[in-house]
Write a protein that binds this ligand. Structure first.
Ligand code: NAI
Ligand code: MG
Length: 490
């Protein structure tokens, strides 16, 4: 169990042991400034906002609200660093800086994991074993590309874009920062990044790490704030590219506001991904895959397997096992390593999820909820599934971004392909089957950027990730993730 030991003038300290074998001493300051030109600076407006621990509803720290003038300062710092320093650093030296950041992140991995969990509500086993190691690995992976860009794009001259603006969401705070910053730096760009307003802390810790790494001032700038801060980055005239991960609604807004400018854009937006269980699937494994697909990170996952399709002749069995498994899930303190389901990231998101649960009931679907003991304080939502749903139901069509699964059955493979593709989104899909031929057939016909077979929610820096249709465009990860950050000359 986490123990908050002190609150001295301006730091909270936690001594945290069980999940981390030993103690991670975590210090969170009462107040965080903006990270611009290698220094922490006060926001021009003097305004700060609270960041909350969603598991306890306690205020953890105050975060600076960057306005247009702060963003302008950050972009100027990034431009100056690009022109005078970063564009002159040799690719192999660029790699060394990025490796150094990765190593420093690894050294502080426990601290980062605990802070991520406190600020976001995700369980410590996820922060510790998945998010933070993956974030480090993105830096390691892209460091390796910095001096090999000529191999990534044979027979082309590769040039950086310049200053890139990056806006990230709250579901994988440090991991999304890594997805964005690592390839941008490897390709020789400088960065202005805005974390999401509910989860700024690990990005600010990353700012400390970047400072410690000796990366030249202004190469990475982190400007915290709300949507208006993000819009200031999007609308700044001297930004060459915007990379955004978040809601489809804001993605469309950004697309409209940069139309007609020379800014480049990549969007990683929402999803409503199909997880398909064929009748020859290894059922117990598939049930684990369903649970992982929709309940991992409380369902705050753009590629969550939120639409389950089960072949009719195994549907009863799968549902029986799934419900039994849902009843066993432990929901509660995210800092406890035995917890399966942590807190919903914010009150707003909990309201959204509850709104959709009410819509599902109104639409006439049958609801099943595990009834675990939920802590009194904090934002929690029991794992939920809806059966008896129609393809046209809103809970089947719209992204809920919570631990809510809809279940449909199918008879033939053609039928499930048609249903799975009947969505405005096309981010991911899962297939569970014992037969390679069935897997290949389905995976070639599903309109989704990522298709998993007999697994779900597996991520790797070498593998390009991104969507079809309204799930966005551009790819992150792998060699393909580099193309978003370079100009190619023939
Ligand atoms: P959001 O799209 O508003 O937030 C994502 C990021 O965009 C945040 O950093 C936010 O400050 C920034 N932002 C907001 N308005 C902006 C603007 N006009 N210009 C530039 N940046 C702006 O997402 P929100 O409101 O937190 O969540 C709403 C829904 O979006 C969720 O229920 C979920 O369905 C979806 N979502 C999807 C994500 C994904 O990874 N695909 C991530 C987060 C949310
Ligand atoms: Mg928070």
């Amino acid at each position: 169990m986490a123990k908050k030991v002190t609150k001295k003038e301006d730091v909270f300290s936690w001594d945290y042991a069980p999940a981390l074998e030993g103690t991670a001493h975590v210090k969170i300051k009462n107040k965080y400034d903006l990270f611009i030109d290698g220094k922490f600076v006060k926001p021009m407006s003097g305004r700060y906002f609270d960041t909350i621990n969603p598991a306890t509803e306690e205020c953890v720290s105050q975060i600076a609200h960057g306005n247009d003038a702060d963003v302008d300062k950050a972009v100027k710092a990034a431009r100056k660093a690009y022109k005078n320093v970063w564009s002159k650093v040799s690719p192999s030296d660029r790699a060394k800086y990025i490796y150094r950041i990765a190593r420093l992140m690894q050294e502080r991995a426990r601290e980062l994991a605990v802070i991520e969990t406190i600020d976001s509500g995700k369980v410590i086993t996820e922060s510790r074993d998945i998010d933070i190691p993956l974030a480090c690995n993105h830096f390691f992976y892209y460091a390796g590309w910095a001096d090999k860009l000529a191999y990534a794009f044979p027979n082309r001259k590769v040039e950086p874009l310049g200053v890139v603006g990056q806006i990230i969401p709250w579901n994988f705070p440090l991991l999304m920062a890594a997805w964005k910053i690592a390839p941008a730096l490897a390709a020789g760009n400088t960065v202005v990044l805005k974390p999401a307003e509910t989860t700024s802390l690990t990005a600010l810790k990353l700012a400390e790490i970047i400072k410690d790494s000796g990366l030249p001032d202004g190469v990475v700038n982190i400007v915290t704030g709300h949507g208006d801060t993000g819009a200031a980055i999007v609308n700044h005239a001297d930004v060459n590219k915007i990379a955004f991960t978040g809601s489809t609604q804001v993605g469309k807004l950004i697309q409209a506001s940069i139309a007609g400018t020379d800014k480049k854009l990549t969007l990683e937006l929402g999803g409503k991904s199909a997880n398909i269980i064929l009748d020859d699937a290894p059922i117990d494994q598939a049930v684990e895959g369903i649970v992982n697909g929709i309940f991992f990170n409380q369902g705050h996952v753009c590629c969550a397997g939120s639409r389950l399709f089960v072949q009719e002749n195994v549907a009863d069995l799968v549902l029986k096992k799934l419900k039994r498994r849902m009843d066993q899930l432990i929901i509660g303190d995210p800092l406890d390593k035995n917890t399966d389901i942590g807190a919903i990231n914010s009150k707003e998101q909990l309201n959204t999820i509850n709104k959709y649960i009410a819509i599902g009931k109104d639409e006439g679907a049958d609801i099943y909820q595990a009834s675990p003991k939920v802590p009194e304080k904090g934002y929690y939502c029991a794992p939920t599934l809806f059966t008896d749903v129609a393809q046209s139901n809103r809970i089947v069509q719209e992204e809920i971004f919570g631990p809510v699964l809809t279940v449909q059955t199918f008879r033939t493979v053609d039928e499930v392909i048609q249903k799975a593709n009947n969505s405005p989104y096309g981010l991911a899909a899962g297939i569970w089957s014992d037969k390679g031929a069935r897997v290949f057939n389905l995976s070639s016909k599903l309109k989704a950027g990522v298709v998993w077979a007999n697994t779900y929610n597996k991520f790797d820096p070498t593998s390009p990730f991104g969507g079809y249709k309204e799930s966005g465009f551009g790819r992150e990860g792998g060699v393909h993730g580099l193309s978003a950050y370079v100009n190619l000359k023939s």
